[in-house]
Design a protein around this ligand. Structure first.
Ligand code: C5P
Length: 287
């Protein structure tokens, strides 16, 4: 067994995010299309040293470097599920994905930890990984699958779709977020009509060869501009500067543009000077 295990933990955006209904267990029934991005954190894991967690990289701020970290909790949950004694890892997360922005960075780090541990711990098959992932968070299973995929249920029932052709993606990361953001965003949706459904299903049946952010759908746009009062002026400024429509990423508050491969550089440059961090990346194909 190698002493150090290393893996990428990619970000995602939701190309379609429909919220269909509130369930009796408090979660919401979703129909969503996930898309993996090239922008990734790096995960390093050792099983032979003193246990612990370190977080570094340009977006280390805002990621807990203690037992509250989801990647750490993922390791302990898999260890418990497999009945392994000892086995507390030493983790190092190098954060390139802005935290709490709707890009799934924390969930992705945790899924990468599960995948890395599965190469070291016997018995960690796919179905056990999915089972443990689903207990950690609703987006978690997608990051075991990657590429382009449809998520139903609370998001944890994931079906892979054919890889889209490469697209450029530009992320506009605002300098604000809120605590317990995902739960608060779902709660805010309770004051609005939910989605009738059908958009994600049509996308899955006939994935469009050319995706444009202007044609995408995200239910959280109904509430994001109330929950984050500075987001509407930021969106207006980005759209005026770039001449392009942008969408909300997941539960926000990151906004994104998606369009033809090669066109993202112009969009990113046009947004220079907007009060947000601009990141140019691309879609990533199936693993
Ligand atoms: O599953 P996860 O921990 O990511 O979800 C955080 C919170 O978001 C949940 O506690 C729940 O309030 C809300 N949620 C929901 N419906 C979903 C996913 C999340 O209401 N499908």
């Amino acid at each position: 067994m190698p002493e150090v295990l290393r893996g990428r933990a990619p970000a995602k955006v939701n190309l379609v995010l429909e919220v269909l209904r509130r369930r009796d267990d408090g979660y919401h029934e979703l129909d969503t299309i996930f898309q993996e991005l090239e922008l990734s954190d790096e995960v390093e894991l050792r099983l032979d040293g003193p246990p612990g967690i370190e977080v570094d990289g340009p977006f280390a701020n805002g990621t807990p470097a203690d037992a509250a970290n989801l990647a750490w909790r993922a390791a302990l949950a898999l260890r418990e599920r497999l009945g392994i004694a000892g086995g507390e890892p030493r983790l190092r997360l190098t954060k390139h994905i802005p935290p709490a922005g709707g890009l799934g960075g924390g969930a992705s780090d945790a899924a990468t930890v599960l995948r890395l541990l599965a190469t070291a711990w016997p018995g960690a098959n796919d179905s056990i990984l999915r089972e443990v992932a689903a207990t950690l968070g609703s987006d978690e299973v997608f990051f075991l699958v990657g590429g382009t995929a449809r998520g139903t249920g609370r998001g944890e029932r994931v079906t892979p779709l054919p890889a889209l052709p490469p697209h450029d993606v530009v992320l506009f990361v605002p300098p604000f977020s809120i605590e317990r953001k995902t739960g608060q965003m779902f709660a805010a949706l309770g004051r609005h009509a939910l989605d009738p459904g059908g958009i994600a299903g049509r996308f899955a049946q006939a994935p469009p060869p050319a995706v444009r952010s202007a044609g995408l759908h995200n239910a959280f746009e109904r509430v994001a501009f109330e929950v984050f009062p500075e987001l509407a002026p930021l969106r207006e400024r980005i759209e005026a500067a770039t001449g392009e429509q942008v969408r909300l990423a997941g539960a926000g508050p990151t906004l994104f543009w998606m369009g033809p491969a090669g066109a993202g550089g112009r969009v990113a440059r046009a947004a220079e000077g907007c009060p947000c961090t601009v990141i140019l990346t691309r879609t990533a194909g199936a693993r």
